[in-house]
Design a protein around this ligand. Structure first.
Ligand code: PLP
Length: 384
């Protein structure tokens, strides 16, 4: 049986991986080296210099590619470095259309860094496909989708967007950080490129900052490998190893994230001191139907607004939580809480962020895999 045919829950452990050729090490060794001995000039074994390729990083790149049903993977020193490499496919005058409810760091990179190189970024809620199609002109080269969105948990129909981008001959990239390939595989839905902040669920243990890209197309892969090697924003061997170790339990962790997420979303929705809960698993969620179609579960990311709360009251609630740690980031085994307006989305102008629903009182939870009773008790004491 080829490893390509394995089911997802086996691919996390075996996909793109094999015992090390030298001594049969079951885990890919941490090849902590910058360079490789060559018996004769150019007579290397596929590895010349670790910016270009490193065996531990290659193992991670193959593993992520396998999970996303892609053919080529690239690992970077952060999710942002991975996005940076994608935008470097473009040049002055080119244009990107992105999801309006975008990760704060992506917004900052697009508007704060790349706009001064002459690349334009426009935004779309990507609900109405006719509107999206009419936004695309001859300068548009890339559509950048994030789904579920952060922190509003909007769902974008990847298949529908792919139909538009294919017809217009524009690349479609999906930031799959929130869903992970356990819940959603964008390449199967028609995307050309998948991006991950592996810092989050793929790594899963809040111990690395790593990014990844996966594509199917060989030409696109060659361009991205060229950028990766030239710009050098690579993932080191130790972090590659830790991410690989994390990926081996991705399916087990995600299952529990989904179970705990559901219990907590329903608890919050029924709570008299909670005004609104954003979680795509509710049948009342505006995009529930699409979520159900393109995802195999609803994940552990939940945002909510406490009843009648303002900025200061929201901050008091997040400070009162004990088991939910107040911290940036998400997707680790431990539960985290964040206040988007002052933390992850602080770099987006207030007017802009409020237009997308990121109000001052919004609180975001990354539900971990602890005992859900303890998580509920913690929320209960903080809300009362
Ligand atoms: C964290 C995150 C990123 C950025 O990744 P880093 O690893 O922090 O550089 C990009 N997109 C989303 C959705 C994220 O949550």
């Amino acid at each position: 049986m080829s490893k390509k045919e394995l089911k997802f829950n086996s691919k996390t452990i075996h996909g793109g991986q094999h015992p090390d050729a030298a001594y049969g090490a079951v885990m890919p060794p941490i090849y902590q080296t910058s360079t490789y001995a060559q018996p004769t000039p150019g007579g290397h074994k596929g590895f010349e210099y670790s910016r270009g390729a490193n065996p531990t990083r290659t193992a991670l790149e193959n593993a992520v590619a396998s999970l996303e049903n892609g053919n080529y993977g690239m690992a970077f020193g952060s999710g942002m470095a991975a996005i940076d490499a994608v935008i470097k496919l473009l040049g002055p005058g080119d244009e990107v259309i992105c999801t309006s409810d975008l990760y704060g760091g992506s917004y900052r990179l697009f508007k704060g860094v790349f706009e001064k190189y002459g690349i334009k970024f426009r935004f779309s809620d990507m609900v109405d496909m006719k509107a999206l199609a009419s936004q695309i002109d001859q300068n548009t080269k890339l559509v950048w989708v994030e789904t579920p969105t952060n922190p509003m948990m909007n769902i974008i129909d990847i298949k529908a967007v792919a139909k538009v981008t294919k017809a217009k001959n524009v690349l479609l990239a999906v930031d799959n950080t929130f869903a992970t390939p356990y819940l959603q595989r964008p390449l199967d839905l028609g995307a050309d490129l998948v991006m991950h902040s592996a810092t989050k669920y793929l790594g899963g243990h809040s111990d690395v900052v790593v990014g990844a890209l996966v594509v199917k197309d060989e030409k696109l892969a060659e361009q991205l490998y060229f950028i990766q090697k030239s710009s050098g924003g690579i993932c080191g061997p130790m972090d590659s190893f830790l991410t690989l170790r994390g990926i081996k339990t991705l399916h087990v962790r995600m299952q529990r994230h989904c179970e705990n997420g559901e219990v907590i979303a329903k608890y919050l929705k029924a709570h008299p001191k909670v005004e609104k809960v954003y979680w795509p698993g509710f049948t009342s969620h505006p995009n529930h139907k699409i979520a159900k179609e393109q995802m195999s579960g609803f994940g552990g990311m939940i945002s909510f607004i406490p009843m009648g709360a303002n900025y200061d009251e929201a901050i008091k609630i997040v400070e009162r939580l004990n088991i939910f740690t107040l911290a940036e980031s998400l997707g680790g085994v431990e539960s985290l809480v964040g206040h988007p307006a002052s933390m992850s989305h602080g770099s987006i102008p207030k007017e802009e962020r409020e237009k997308n629903g990121v109000v001052d009182a919004l609180i975001r939870l990354s539900v971990g895999i602890e005992d859900v009773d303890d998580l509920i008790s913690d929320l209960e004491q903080a809300l009362n």
